[in-house]
Design a protein around this ligand. Structure first.
Ligand SMILES: *[C@@H]1O[C@H](CO)[C@@H](O)[C@H](O)[C@H]1NC(C)=O
Ligand SMILES: *[C@@H]1O[C@H](CO)[C@@H](O)[C@H](O)[C@H]1NC(C)=O
Ligand SMILES: *[C@@H]1O[C@H](CO)[C@@H](O)[C@H](O)[C@H]1NC(C)=O
Ligand SMILES: *[C@@H]1O[C@H](CO)[C@@H](O)[C@H](O)[C@H]1NC(C)=O
Length: 249
């Protein structure tokens, strides 16, 4: 499976949407008792729970805050006891902390371009500290998705190209691959970009990159897939692709 930042982001977003649904389910707020990653499967890019038997809708009853104690291996939390004698949002918060410790802490920081990293770090921190509920967490992650899809995250980066590129329409480079991470392809460097300028920016920043090929394919967020190449010795005709060759360094 190709390791890609978009794919990883999709998993986290899908998990947050699932937890949002569980927190507002018609039965009440549902907590998943077994949160290990094997409890989840990915169907059409969406995360699903394999076994809802391992779920509970009981919110614990309490007489004081100390009854609302949540214990995790690395961290404990005490939630407020409501006047109705229920631990407030305990199911939702237990799901969120589990999402943090099993998924977000590993995945989120690697799931987006560097300019979005501060926003993701904030989300990881807020879930790890249980500062936010699921509604706020979901809203923040959807905001990152919108910045990503709209290309707005590029606005804060300086975009002066160091190199010049020669455009070769209807052409591609079949070989001359190099590896990069995160790539959509295990042999070559296949990345998604918002536009041609982002492709130029990426090629400028890799010394191996001597050319790139725009494909007519897009990812689930509508970003265009681009092959980055280590040389341009063999260029072949292809009506659906456009090759850009670095001419100055
Ligand atoms: C969490 O609480 C348990 C039980 O009181 C205690 O043994 C453990 O040391 C606490 N863990 C942390 C990280 O505070
Ligand atoms: C969140 O950020 C604060 C301040 O930087 C830090 O002390 C804390 O350890 C962080 N918590 C987590 C769970 O990353
Ligand atoms: C870009 O910079 C502006 C102003 O500094 C800031 O408000 C905005 O959140 C930044 N956008 C991103 C995606 O970092
Ligand atoms: C890309 O080009 C191929 C070959 O002409 C075509 O079959 C396919 O529909 C195109 N895909 C898109 C997304 O335009």
């Amino acid at each position: 499976m190709p390791g890609t930042h978009v794919f990883v982001f999709q998993i986290c977003l899908s998990l947050v949407r699932l937890l949002h649904y569980l927190a507002h389910s018609p039965l009440g707020s549902v907590t998943l008792l077994d949160f290990r990653p094997r409890q989840f499967v990915i169907v059409d890019g969406e995360l699903k729970v394999t076994d809802l038997d391992d779920a509970s809708i009981e919110e614990s009853s309490c007489t004081s805050n100390s009854d609302c104690f949540m214990e995790f291996p690395a961290r404990n939390f005490t939630l407020p006891c409501s006047v109705e004698g229920r631990c407030q949002n305990m199911n939702e918060k237990r799901n969120l902390y589990n999402a943090y410790r099993f998924f977000f802490t590993y995945l989120l920081p690697h799931s987006a371009p560097p300019s979005l990293r501060p926003l993701l770090d904030k989300i990881v921190n807020a879930t790890g500290e249980l500062h936010w509920g699921i509604d706020e967490t979901a809203a923040q992650l959807e905001r990152v998705l919108n910045l990503y899809k709209s290309g707005e995250y590029l606005q804060n980066t300086t975009r002066i190209s160091k190199s010049e590129y020669r455009r070769v329409p209807e052409a591609f480079i079949p070989d001359e691959n190099y590896r990069c991470w995160p790539s959509y392809h295990h042999k070559g460097c296949l990345l998604s970009v918002f536009d041609i300028n982002e492709a130029i920016e990426i090629c400028d920043s890799y010394s191996q990159c001597k050319a790139f090929v725009l494909t007519n394919q897009t990812t689930w967020t509508g970003r265009q897939l681009v092959f980055f190449k280590a040389a341009s010795n063999h260029i072949m005709p292809d009506p659906d692709k456009i090759t850009y060759v670095k001419v100055t360094d």
